[in-house]
Design a protein around this ligand. Sequence first.
Ligand SMILES: NC(=O)c1ccc[n+]([C@@H]2O[C@H](COP(=O)([O-])OP(=O)(O)OC[C@H]3O[C@@H](n4cnc5c(N)ncnc54)[C@H](OP(=O)(O)O)[C@@H]3O)[C@@H](O)[C@H]2O)c1
Length: 256
Amino acid sequence: MENKIESLKSQPIALVTGANQGVGFQIAKELAANGYTVYVGSRNLSNGEKAAAEIGVNAHAIQLDVTKQATIEAAIERIGKEAGRLDLLVNNAGIAHAGKPGRTVEEVMESGRAVNVSLDEVRTVWETNVFGVIAVTQAALPLLRKSSAARIVNVSSGLGSLTWISDPECWARQHFGIVYAASKTALNAVTLAFALELEKENIKVNTTSPGYTATALNNFQGTDSLGVGSREPVRVALETDGPTGTFTGPEGPMPW
Ligand SMILES: NC(=O)c1ccc[n+]([C@@H]2O[C@H](COP(=O)([O-])OP(=O)(O)OC[C@H]3O[C@@H](n4cnc5c(N)ncnc54)[C@H](OP(=O)(O)O)[C@@H]3O)[C@@H](O)[C@H]2O)c1
């Protein structure tokens, strides 16, 4: 046990939320391959354990539902006890809708139109994609403050770009809606709020878009592989001396 804790203390420490599958899993895998000790956040512990076993010895499953404060606090307390600090937080967990799993992107868009969407569905999605990020980030701050190169990377979406959406020529315009896309706009605003606040403490906070990646979130209709989708979040995550308050995607800087 003591050896395990010593190795935890000598490697950079990362927590990735929603890392049992999809983009989060790939981010966790690549961080582990880059020498990080990675806490694989999963709301279902056994799914997290399977993912961590697949990643290897540098990965540790941790139960964390970003909408449940008690699980957030328990996860942070455990990381504090085992590792003593956190160098990197990746707020990746996200949902596209609150309906039955396996709905197509087209079905989700249709039921999520601003004029008819259920407010309960908006609240459920924002609870994970926006309020969950605020809750996990606030809880993690005491451990991040113990790192000499603390970074927070949020996983957003190009669909959250108001610059894109307000351009009549932009492809993304037809996919905008209050449930998911606007939650990512809000996440971008939350990212900047934390970035401004934490700049004086040299804690970097950035937001990234994976691009359209084939995962359960879009019923595997995405066109990019997990390797491509995780590339930008991983690049920003590994950049210990990079800028703060940026929004970037697979093709570089993204407009807010
Ligand atoms: N795929 C894309 O094209 C795309 C594009 C732009 C942005 N993104 C963003 O990328 C991130 C990852 O999504 P993905 O595409 O990889 O989808 P995914 O495969 O469905 O993965 C989402 C992950 O978030 C977890 N999660 C959901 N609600 C949670 C909660 N309350 N607490 C903790 N974990 C929770 C899921 O856990 P379960 O396994 O238990 O459901 C899963 O591990 C999301 O923020 C998404 O918005 C994806």
